[in-house]
Design a protein around this ligand. Sequence first.
Ligand code: UD1
Length: 367
Amino acid sequence: MHILHVVGARPNFMKAAPVLRALSTCDSVRQTLVHTGQHYDAAMSDVFFQQLEMPQPDCNLGVGSGSHAQQTAAVMVALEPVLLDRSPDLVLVYGDVNSTVAAALVCSKLGIRLGHVEAGLRSRDRCMPEEINRLLTDQLSDLLFTHSPDADENLLREGIDAAKIHRVGNVMIDTLVRLLPEAEKHFPADLTSPYALVTLHRPSNVDDLPWLSELLQMLIELSADLNVIFPVHPRTRRQLDALCSQASTSSSRLRLLDPLPYLEFLALQRHAAFVITDSGGIQEETTFLNIPCLTVRENTERPITVTHGTNQLVGRDFDKLRTATQQILGSRSRIASSKGSSTNRVPLWDGHAAERIAQVIVRGSAK
Ligand code: UD1
């Protein structure tokens, strides 16, 4: 059986790595890895391949940046001949980025079986490009691999056949579990606790300059109480440069860094007093690590992180964000003592999701 994986952007890599690894142990499986080139900087792509010990892509489509239509279309145009040439039995796509939906569309037109890893997540906010990508990819998929009961319910509500849905758990947590011991060695020697870790890259936060400026002001205020570490996504860096704000932050304990490699970032998450983010994956990683997470969004496609108790949606509300940080700082001893507790884990977020995906695929091909 020939399985072709399509990855394109940073959050795809840690999801695909364990699936490639699990399938490599199956004698009946041959694999091809296609990188669309949606993310192309060394810091956004190459270093992840190295640290996650992924094979080099067999093919890089080199699509790069562009508007949503341009980027999605460029992946489709470049991927079609690759799929025709390699004729895989199954294509696996990951998450919700433009490369994911583009590959799904090409597969459906060519009649190639499609598997979606991380299916069924819904924010119910169609202003998010990722929500459109999720909805369409799931409708086009033959195998839908989910990580939580709410994802299954979303898919069933949208009329997806229950037989296509496989609750396997969280592949991103597979990578975290495997690499956490290694990550501990990458903790920066010069960083003293406590510190807050920040990531922001969603257009809703960083493309709105007045709001971004307010957020930055809040981080500067916060840095009076503790170190604030902020690895900056390229999109955000461009916007911060437009605000000309770096000069005003240089004397504070707010550190703006370049995007960090996987291991360095995981080490920082593991020991953070709390995390402020608008990322999807970080909401899940902090849930596993039991680190308080303040999500600067009005909604989440990952409600299990909220019901689990680690994640709090603070929306675009400056006061709510400030109150939440103060509450966390006020209860820090309690947080420190419960950190890393393994007693309250989300079911199937256990380091073995990719093995379950491999079982489903191999069992299905044997029928
Ligand atoms: C994409 C995903 C988002 C994911 C995020 C993780 C979509 C719709 N969005 O958003 O779901 O959370 O990746 O990072 O697919 N850029 C670089 N170097 C790179 C990559 C991007 O400089 O290696 C710059 C480009 O100028 C580009 C901008 O960042 O225009 C945005 O990149 P893009 O891939 O379009 O979207 P992200 O914001 O990264």
